[in-house]
Design a protein around this ligand. Structure first.
Ligand code: NAD
Ligand code: MG
Length: 394
């Protein structure tokens, strides 16, 4: 790539957002010159303003409308446009850019992921929940707009890197570290605190995905994400526990070959791959993978008893009819309640399973949602139902 690459970073104050900003600031031989168009955040005005100024962005958008005044004054004299609110977020995501990094967490990222796709950009997708809730709809939108969906999630990025013959795929193998409770007992998990759940052994990430990794709902959501992204049925997607997080995922072909992508656990690698696709850009000055130093790589099957989230995800994606939306919405509400110390750790998967069951009992055989409105309606239903089940107020 020789010309400047215009990039927008949605969720710029988050863990993925910070890594994407770091990648965008890379200056070396062989790296594209990135020009940052839009940066967005939910509520943290000061951090957003700092990021916007550092990256010399054109526009900074805060989702929380109450933050507009503070953002405008923090950006005064910088020449950077300030905006606030949901519509401004969608407008920013749809601005002309070559790459849009979808780094917002939760289904809250769906409207902007959609706007980025409709703009026809390369969409560097971290926001797995939008794929889980509206995978088929987003792929259809991408086809229509000529947009490319480039996964940032390390497992999907790994598969994307080694998937050269989709028609010859036997199975996809998603690796999972097993999270902080890989070898914890049920009673240890029952009393786990948010701090313990967020202390991931290999990756430093936002709170929601950290809790998802601890329940392994993250792997469940990733299984659904992979099914939609790569158009492979759930029955041909395997999950493999690999505590070192060096092999990021594998593709098994029908000739017996298994291709893997390896690397140190550093999100800047998959993010840079998506941001520079179809090229590959250098990331200088980073520690390199040294397998001799690591010495060994371990593998084992997942424990479906202690981590029921995987089974729930398999059942949601194979039932279809919007079940993944319900599972995702219930999980989002339960994770938030756990982070607020209103429910215990094991209750997260338990309530997600109960709400999914209620939905499947009443809606078996239902077609997949055909509009985004239906997706949002089901999400609202799942959230309400989860709060009721937990006897919590909204
Ligand atoms: P994070 O909590 O660190 O950051 C989330 C970002 O989204 C922040 O900038 C926040 O301001 C913004 N945001 C949150 N709620 C919003 C709302 N309602 N409206 C607008 N903006 C909102 O999260 P993260 O760890 O960076 O994860 C982001 C996404 O990437 C998630 O979907 C996650 O599953 C996925 N992902 C993250 C990692 C990782 O290493 N962190 C790896 C793979 C996938
Ligand atoms: Mg992942």
């Amino acid at each position: 790539m020789s010309d400047r690459v215009r990039v927008s970073i949605l969720g710029a104050t988050g863990s993925v957002g910070a890594s994407a900003l770091d990648v965008a600031s890379t200056q070396c031989e062989g790296a594209p010159a990135f020009e940052v168009v839009a940066v967005t955040a939910n509520t943290r005005v000061d951090e957003l303003a700092r990021a916007a100024i550092k990256a010399r962005a054109k526009v900074a958008v805060i989702a929380d409308e109450a933050g507009y005044g503070a953002l405008k004054s923090a950006l005064a004299g910088s020449g950077i446009e300030a905006a606030a609110g949901g519509n401004a977020l969608i407008e920013a995501a749809g601005r002309d850019a070559d790459v849009v990094v979808a780094g917002i967490v939760g289904i809250a990222g769906l409207p902007t992921t959609l706007a980025a796709i409709r703009q026809g950009a390369n969409v560097a997708l971290a926001n797995k929940e939008s794929m889980v809730c509206a995978g088929a709809l987003l792929r259809a939108e991408a086809r229509e707009a000529g947009a490319n969906l480039l996964p940032i999630d390390s497992e999907h990025n790994a598969i994307f890197q080694v998937l050269d013959r989709p028609e010859r795929v036997d199975k996809l193998i998603l690796t999972a570290s097993g999270g902080p409770f890989r070898s914890a007992s049920m009673s240890e998990m029952a009393s786990a605190t948010p701090e313990q759940a967020c202390a991931h052994p290999n990756w430093s990430m936002g709170a929601k995905i950290s809790v998802d990794s601890a329940t392994m709902m993250n792997k469940g959501l990733e299984l659904i994400e992979a099914a939609y992204l790569f158009d492979v049925p759930e029955s041909r997607i395997e999950v493999l526990i690999h505590p070192q997080s060096i092999i990021h995922s594998l593709v098994a072909y029908d000739d017996g070959s298994v291709l893997a992508q390896l690397g140190l656990p550093d999100m800047r690698t998959p993010i840079s791959y998506a941001m520079s696709w179809p090229s590959r850009m250098p990331l200088p000055g980073r520690e390199r993978l040294d397998l001799a130093k690591i010495g060994r790589l371990d593998f084992s099957p997942p424990d479906n008893q202690r981590f029921p989230a995987l089974r729930l995800a398999r059942s949601a994606v194979s039932e279809g009819g919007g079940a993944p939306i319900v599972l995702n919405g219930a999980n989002e509400v339960a994770v938030a309640a756990f982070l607020q110390r209103r429910i215990g750790f094991l209750t997260i998967s338990e309530v997600a399973g109960q709400v999914l069951e209620v939905f499947l009992n009443g809606h078996s055989g239902r077609p997949d949602p055909s509009t985004f409105e239906e997706v949002y309606d089901l999400d609202r239903w799942a959230r309400q139902r989860t709060l009721e089940q937990l006897r919590l107020a909204a």
